[in-house]
Design a binder for this molecule. Structure first.
Ligand SMILES: Cc1ncc(COP(=O)(O)O)c(C=O)c1O
Length: 375
């Protein structure tokens, strides 16, 4: 069976973890965390980065930094992971779900504009699979209205739009290093800080509301409680695992792109006659090869296609289930977001991981074509 995803095993992982253990520095913000910050900074054209214990926690830290609270309305796509919604919801903010673009599967400018109200305080955007077209326009729209915004860039590390890295468009962005992501340390994440004015407070909120980071750098002679914060810094053992993956980032991305390109090469010529739709990659976007997604033809039993693929040895999936229709969103279920509901009902995601060879991808794509022919 081809699994849906498989964590990459980096050549340096054991040596680095052993080094972290032997160093005696197991808590956060040691040498491996500093190396991870520096390597991520390079991938993000110099942006400030702080490792966190998860992408979820990076989003929560962003919501804390923005001081979201009751009475604030936050616009976000319905077609995203629960963490994008939990972060503002935990602060007591009101969620307002936006539809998605039927080509990119992400909330673009028209869907955002349709969801904005005079009460909107913040926007959480999430380029699905690291694919979005309107990031510049979303930035301009938020700036013009004085609305804060956050990129949930859990999918989009290594993507570039118009040459600029995803994760650097909004003042704050979140990365995820969950085991399903291109780079992983099991559970982990990072907050990207593109607004230098937020840097010092981010560091304080991440360190239990104290200025211990400044103390450890020798900038103050004791640390004190400065703000209501939490503990969001990962252990050096996990940072060591992440650095081993960062060292291998080029090889990981090359392999993922080769599998992605193979899928596209085999499937694109058959899309019109079989009636399925591939995710649109906008002009100027260098996608991160995080997701390979397509929509089953209208009227076809998508779950039946997934079952046929499973019987043929391929674990494909369908996520996300729209948040506005989720059991937790009592009442919001009455909202109708037509593109989100259509995409969620027809989406098929194929296995994608660095160890998937182009030969594997070709074989999976052919099994998908045969499942679609039988549908
Ligand atoms: C879009 C999105 N946002 C947030 C997260 C949360 O990241 P983490 O699992 O690192 O907490 C994930 C995935 O895991 C995700 O896919």
């Amino acid at each position: 069976m081809f699994p849906f995803s498989r964590p990459y095993r980096a050549p340096n992982e054991r040596a680095y973890i052993e080094q972290a253990l032997a160093s005696g520095h197991l808590a956060g913000d040691g040498p491996f965390t500093r190396r991870a910050h520096e390597q991520l900074r390079q991938h993000l054209d110099g942006a400030e980065v702080l490792l966190t214990t998860s992408g979820t926690h990076a989003l929560e830290l962003a919501a804390l930094l923005l001081e979201l609270g009751p009475g604030d309305e936050v616009v976000l796509p319905s077609f995203t992971f629960s963490s994008t919604a939990n972060a503002p919801a935990l602060r007591g903010a009101t969620l307002r779900f936006a539809d998605l673009d039927p080509g990119t599967f992400s909330m673009e400018l028209p869907q955002l504009e349709a969801a904005l109200t005079p009460r909107t305080r913040a926007v959480f955007a999430m380029p699905y699979g690291g694919v979005s077209r309107d990031m510049d326009a979303i930035a301009a729209c938020c700036a013009a209205r004085g609305i804060a915004w956050v990129e949930d860039n859990a999918h989009g590390l290594f993507a570039r739009l118009g040459g600029r890295p995803l994760g650097t468009f909004a003042p704050l962005a979140a990365l995820s290093f969950h085991q399903t992501k291109n780079l992983s340390c099991g559970e982990g994440g990072a907050l990207v800080i593109n607004d230098p004015a937020m840097r010092q407070r981010a560091e304080i909120l991440r360190e239990k509301g104290t200025d211990r980071s400044r103390f450890l750098r020798g900038e103050v002679d004791r640390y004190t409680w400065r703000a209501t914060g939490s503990s969001y810094l990962p252990s050096e053992v996990l940072a060591a695992l992440l650095v081993s993956q960062l060292d291998a980032a080029d090889a990981i991305q090359r392999a993922r792109r080769a599998a992605w390109d193979t899928y596209r090469g085999v499937l694109a010529p058959r899309a019109a006659d079989l009636g399925f739709t591939l995710q649109t990659i906008p002009e100027g976007l260098e996608h991160p090869a995080h997701v390979f997604a397509l929509l089953a033809p209208p009227g076809v039993d998508r779950d039946g296609v997934l079952r046929r693929l499973a019987a043929a040895g391929v674990k494909a999936t369908s996520h996300y289930e729209p948040l506005h229709r989720a059991p937790h969103e009592a009442g919001a279920g009455q909202q109708h977001l037509p593109h989100t509901e259509d995409v969620a009902a027809r989406l098929v995601r194929l296995p994608l991981y660095a160890d998937l060879t182009p030969g594997d991808a070709e074989s999976i794509a052919r099994r998908l074509l045969s499942a679609l022919e039988q549908a």
